[in-house]
Design a protein around this ligand. Structure first.
Ligand code: BES
Ligand code: ZN
Length: 639
């Protein structure tokens, strides 16, 4: 009897328990549903830089066949697109710019199609409208690129390391993919692709896909990318290229003349991948390789999936500039997995990546080192805010920028990088690293292969993290950071003893207390040298400049970051000894981040525009369109 009662009692307890649990569960589900709904509404966005209408008809897969001609400097291609006609509409919209479109066809009709092209001007290009039906499964476009293919740079042999073979590489971000491929050129639209690329015999072709490691005799290369990617991550590189394996899933490609130096330089790449995975979850892209391009590559690096494109200027010989690899690798999560919905949300790509980069560097090189990088970023941020504010562009100092009617490349500043980094750092410091890491892990996983908008992120951050403690939102003030101008007063303050020591040494030298040779700089690493050079005044004598140069060899430094920072000082200080080196650097290197400040310094100097234009006249043919489009305007270049 007693036993029975017990059973009945426990049944009741159990019953009410499950009921209560169910209720809690139900409430939780409700909350989840509400949150999902709110997220969905906040994930609605407008991309001002694409004419595609993905809600109506969207490309899901591309089969790309192309032939590369180095004589004509063109790609001749047939692109076949699998489409999903979501709303049974009668046309699909693609982006294109400066492409010569031949015939257009589709699988459910024998005849060639009449398509429409609407020109929208300089940077947006033309809207390509192709008739479809609800039965259409695929469309096909024959086309050829033209001289106006701004993504492409065809290099003559003299512009390469080997000087014997030509070279080709692409740079699609932000909206240049449309200059070599008609596509829905919007970061929020993803598709898988296969490609067959024909190149001259003796050359290797590589894409942002699974890649060959050796040149074959046929010159025909096949690629598959079975993970959906946005168009800005479409990439191609062709040249006399060799491969060196570094770790289990890592390796480096480069011209034979520099491939061993590259392999030496990036020796710790596998370590970086392992470190990144330990922080924020599995690397999802199979292999992680880097290709070191010729020096005209306009960026430091570009996070093309499975194959980062990199400038050779990070090969310093002493493995000192690998933060850039950490940065591009980090994009495998922030950007390539969770992608900014539009270029107005680019801080979600770049700010998160700088934060992630800094965490990787901290794991590998220690907190001191990471703090120095953060402080350099702080200097960049303050300079950038001052520059933009002076130029009447204070609105561009917001994290979320307004790019309607503007070329996203003109809107690209250091703000999404450095202000984005400090915003995330502030969150980390406020909620604690453990909680923030948990949040980021969930974020990268939950939104893998999806988009993120600024509005959705704000809500997600609040729901998942800030709501856990009533003080956090007030301490962080996300809206001030995201929608406000300048630097909020709650910006984290990072300090570095090592930088204080650099300042002390610099002051000892400036006051004449110490000779350059006697400075305690033996242990300095790149960030310390950067800090030293950046703090040099613009009013030094030639004797002082020479003393520094003799002691530290800045003018001919193998470390391009230090050299470029020094050349920026050479100009206002009228240091004639370095004039030739400055010119040589500007002619050889096409990395925009280095070019812009040096040309700017020349513009502000006595010789000003004349000297800048004289150098530019010799250098311009070596630059990629990304760099010339900025410099043409800056230097009033009329060809
Ligand atoms: N994805 C960017 C380059 C980019 C951004 C190209 C926007 C076009 C439009 C890349 O990851 C990058 O940030 N490169 C930096 C690297 C640096 C911050 C370590 C560069 O090139 O300097
Ligand atoms: Zn980046």
């Amino acid at each position: 009897m007693k036993k029975q009662l017990n059973i009945i009692l426990s049944a009741i307890v159990l019953f009410s328990c499950t009921n209560a649990a169910k209720e809690v569960e139900g409430e939780k589900n409700n909350q989840e549903v509400n949150m999902q709904e709110e997220m969905n509404s906040r994930l609605v966005y407008t991309d001002h830089h694409s004419f595609s209408k993905p809600d109506e008809a969207v490309v899901t897969h591309l089969d790309w066949k192309a032939e590369v001609s180095f004589e004509k400097k063109t790609l001749k291609s047939v692109a076949t697109y699998q489409i999903s006609n979501k709303k049974a509409v009668n046309e699909i919209h693609l982006d294109s710019r400066n492409l010569k479109i031949g015939s257009v066809s589709r699988d459910d009709q024998d005849m060639e199609l009449e398509y429409e092209m609407i020109e929208h001007g300089e940077f947006l290009g033309s809207e390509l409208i192709i008739p479809i039906t609800s039965k259409t499964k695929s469309i096909s476009i024959e086309y050829e690129t033209t001289e106006g293919a701004d993504a492409l740079q065809f290099l003559d042999p003299v512009q390469t390391a080997g000087k014997k073979h030509p070279f080709l590489f692409t740079q699609s971000q932000a909206i240049l993919a449309r200059t070599w491929l008609p596509c829905q050129d919007s970061p929020g639209i993803r598709f898988t692709y296969n490609a067959e690329v024909t190149v001259p015999q003796g050359m290797l072709a590589l894409m942002s896909a699974d890649n060959p490691t050796e040149i074959n005799e046929t010159g025909v290369y096949n690629f598959t990318m079975d993970q959906p990617v946005p168009s800005y991550l479409m990439a191609l590189s062709v040249g006399n290229i060799e491969y060196r394996k570094i770790g289990e899933e890592t390796g480096v490609y480069a011209e034979p003349e520099i491939v061993d130096a590259a392999a030496y330089e990036f020796d710790n790449m596998q370590d970086m991948v392992d470190t990144a995975e330990a922080l924020y979850g599995k690397y999802r892209w199979g292999k992680y390789d880097v290709i070191v391009l010729p020096p005209s590559f306009p960026f430091g690096g570009m996070e093309n999936p499975r194959l980062t494109f990199a400038t050779p200027t990070i090969i310093a010989g002493d493995r000192s500039l690998t933060a850039l690899i950490a940065h591009e690798l980090a994009h495998s999560w922030s950007g390539n997995l969770v992608t900014n919905a539009s270029w107005e949300d680019i801080w979600l790509n770049e700010g998160f990546t700088v934060y992630f980069e800094n965490r990787i560097m901290e794991e590998i090189f220690g907190k001191d080192f990471a703090n120095m990088l953060a402080l350099l970023s702080r200097q960049d941020l303050e300079d950038e805010i001052a520059r933009l504010t002076d130029a009447g562009r204070a609105a561009d100092t917001r994290l979320r920028v307004d790019l309607e009617g503007r070329d996203p490349d003109d809107g690209l500043t250091g703000i999404p990088y450095d202000k984005g980094f400090y915003f995330l750092k502030l969150i980390e410091e406020t909620v604690g690293r453990e909680k923030f890491d948990e949040f980021l892990n969930e974020y990268f996983n939950g939104f893998a292969f999806k988009i993120m908008t600024t509005d959705a992120f704000i809500y997600y951050l609040d729901e998942k993290l800030l709501s856990q403690n009533e003080n956090w939102a007030n301490a962080i003030r996300p809206n001030d950071w995201i929608f406000g101008e300048g630097l909020p007063d709650n910006c984290p303050n990072i300090t570095s003893d090592r930088f204080v020591k650099v300042e002390n040494e610099l002051n000892a030298w400036l006051s004449g207390e110490k000779e350059a040779e006697d400075l305690q700089s033996g242990e300095w690493m790149t960030p310390e040298w950067m800090h030293f050079v950046r703090q040099l005044p613009d009013s030094m004598s030639n004797i002082q400049m020479e003393a520094l140069d003799q002691a530290f060899g800045f003018t001919t430094a193998g470390n391009s970051e230090i050299q470029a920072a020094w050349l920026e000082k050479v100009i206002p200080n009228n240091y004639a000894n370095a004039a030739a080196a400055t010119e040589e650097f500007l002619i050889r290197v096409g990395r925009r981040k280095f070019l812009v400040p040096i040309y700017k310094a020349i513009l502000m100097s006595d010789e000003g525009l004349d000297r800048a234009q004289a150098i530019y006249g010799k250098a311009r043919q070596n630059y990629h369109a990304v760099s010339t489009s900025t410099l043409d305007e800056m230097l009033s270049w009329e060809g």
